[in-house]
Design a protein around this ligand. Sequence first.
Ligand code: G6Q
Length: 532
Amino acid sequence: MTIYDKLLTHTDVINNLHLRTLFEEDEQRFNKFHVLFNDFVLDYSKNKITEETMELLFELANFSNLKDEIDAMFEGKKINTTENRAVLHTALRNRSNTPIYVDEKDVMPEINQVLEQMHLFSDKVRSGSWLGATGKAITNVVNIGIGGSDLGPQMAHDALYHYKAKNLTFHFVSNVDGTDITETLNKCDPETTLFIISSKTFTTQETMANAQTARNWLCTHLGDTATQKHFVAVSTNTEAVKEFGINPENMFVFWDFVGGRYSLWSAIGLSLMIAIGYEGFISMLEGAHEMDMHFKNTPFEQNMPVILALIGLWNTTYLKAESYAVLPYDQYLAKLPLYLQQLDMESNGKSVKKNGKNVDYSTGPILFGAAGTNGQHSFYQLIHQGTHLIPADFIAPIHSLNETGTHHDMLLANVVAQSEALMKGKTPDELRAEGVAEELIPFKTFEGNRPSNTLLFNKMTPKAFGSLIALYEHKVFVQGIIWRINSFDQFGVELGKQLAKAILPELMDKTKELTHDSSTNSLIEKIRTIRL
Ligand code: G6Q
């Protein structure tokens, strides 16, 4: 029997068990199903698993050559096969500084050089010694970028807001909707604003449109030469940066072995370094590096990213859960679900295997979430009593950075209560014992048996944050390997972009003939009638 068949057969066993019974029958369940890394604890005992499930999942990981694949990524092999690229976000945080070769060239010297360039620049902005065109210090930093060039820095800025320089305000403009840039510029003074144009390709339509609008605004107020003091670029495309009018000295490079959604650790994190300082940024890299070493060197049975991945894969592919909730009980992590949506869904939202054949199993789930406790008062109803199986990750720091009265105790009580409620449910007998009226019992019954992980760590620090994000990156990687898909391309976003390019001139000129389907033609006509 193949490992796949063994797992499929095993689902019948699991589907007949209830988590409540599993806990009642085995007091050691938590001891068996939790894993530690630094001050992180991942409790995965409230999943629909037994020891046999985990053995089978580890067998699946071995069968998928996971260890070799992990090594291949860290060694800079070109594992992004459709784009013939290495995948080396781990090199960006390689604090041990061991050489890593791509095409026989050690990438570490260049990585360190750019980090140093970021260091010098961020120190100047933070200390007020980087002066704008009229001699004033910077007070507002605007990162213009989209997707991977926006979500990481923005989410990290919020996550580490506690450590942010108090003299600086940060803005993140991504949407091509003119409202985004206009409302941001309304909050800024041209004399004291610095724009960071973050774009790996420096050709992305939205980013270039926003960058041009920002430049026009600046030049209208301060004249054309002001660009030199108010614009810097983060990109792999030196020519396009020069053409835009940014001095190459004010350009921070990165490389094609860094995927957009994995680029927070590169110069794409420049706004974050300005916000939290060089030491804070390095501390974040160290946290990620420690998670990298744990991932690379720990046997799968104690390996946090591997376990998190296997549990997720079990839920998605074998227990047929189509979605997955990420529920951070930390206000600073409110944007984590948005960030993970890109990381997970853009990486593993694939239906073709690396060998070009279609998959015949489910791959990446639909990910959503919100900061606890807010989600409890909206969509948790469906998680508790709806018809869908929605595994959840609860994430919480044990100490708050803002210990205020008993707020944090209340927050923690809620996170622990939610996973208990999902696991145990509430039976009709329990309701009767509480004196609930018979006609209300069906409505008040909770089936329970709903899986969740709980991830606790001591406190939100740059280091803990780095480890947390690296944990999820590696989780996504492991799942991609086992599903045999390429987690590092994103051709799925291309078609819409191409069509938008074709439609743009049609929207702006009503004499252009329309040759789309009747819906698309009518929508374009409607817009033209109103706008032109
Ligand atoms: C991420 C994707 C995508 C990318 C954006 C921005 O992995 O590739 O989200 O980051 O399309 O691209 P640029 O940085 O090239 O502007």
